[in-house]
Design a binder for this molecule. Structure first.
Ligand code: HEC
Length: 176
């Protein structure tokens, strides 16, 4: 093997290690935090009447938009997919026009993990919007699946009283 070959093998190895290792670490962290969610008992959020109202409004709007986008995606109606995923993205509860009191209440009552899940959910919507702009059905399907995963996992953690069908049976981490 020439020196040049050895050097390029080493460089390739470094690139692979630097790309793969950080990802693995964050996967582990995700799994770890999911595990915590799956074993923790109560996640009741102390909504005030007006913050609950804002949440319900957001949920009703994302339900309609999600249904629309799934249907539009199946038909390759990209304009509609872009529109619906953009509407989901911009319905972020913390970005709604809330009074200062409601904003402060939200920051007080929402656990960090909820905010993180909500943020992740809206980021998936943004990625879906981009995939739709690029007319990329494979990627759009992946992100629409991730969005649904986002609904279910947040409801499992923070809304299982409301949706008993999503009550976790035991502390198992689902396979992906
Ligand atoms: C980050 C957390 C989170 C995400 C993501 C999320 N939800 Fe929710 N959702 C909630 C919470 C919390 C409630 C309220 C439960 C309660 O009433 O206490 C709720 C309630 C709802 C309701 C009932 C609203 C009503 O009329 O009272 C619907 C419908 C709903 N969600 C649909 C969805 C759909 C569809 C998605 C995904 C496309 C989704 N949600 C994603 C947290 C979330």
């Amino acid at each position: 093997m020439s020196k040049k070959t050895i050097v390029s093998i080493i460089i390739t190895a470094i690139i692979i290690i630097s790309v793969v290792l950080p990802n693995q670490r964050s996967d582990d962290q995700d799994e770890h935090s999911m595990h915590i969610n799956h074993t923790a008992k109560s996640h009741a959020i102390e909504w005030t009447p007006s913050t609950r109202n804002a949440l319900v409004k957001e949920m009703q709007s994302i339900t309609v938009n999600y249904q629309d986008l799934v249907s539009a995606l199946a038909q390759g109606n990209w304009e509609k997919v872009v529109e619906s995923s953009h509407a989901i993205y911009s319905s972020f509860i913390l970005k709604q026009e809330l009074s200062r009191e409601d904003m402060e209440a939200l920051h007080r009552i929402l656990p960090d993990r909820f905010i993180e899940m909500d943020k992740q959910f809206h980021e998936q919507a943004q990625k879906l919007e981009t995939a739709a702009q690029n007319h990329d059905p494979e990627l759009a399907v992946i992100y629409s699946g991730k969005l649904l995963e986002g609904c279910v996992s947040c409801h499992q953690t923070y809304a299982h009283k409301r949706f008993p069908g999503l009550e976790k049976k035991k502390a198992t981490v689902p396979e992906h």
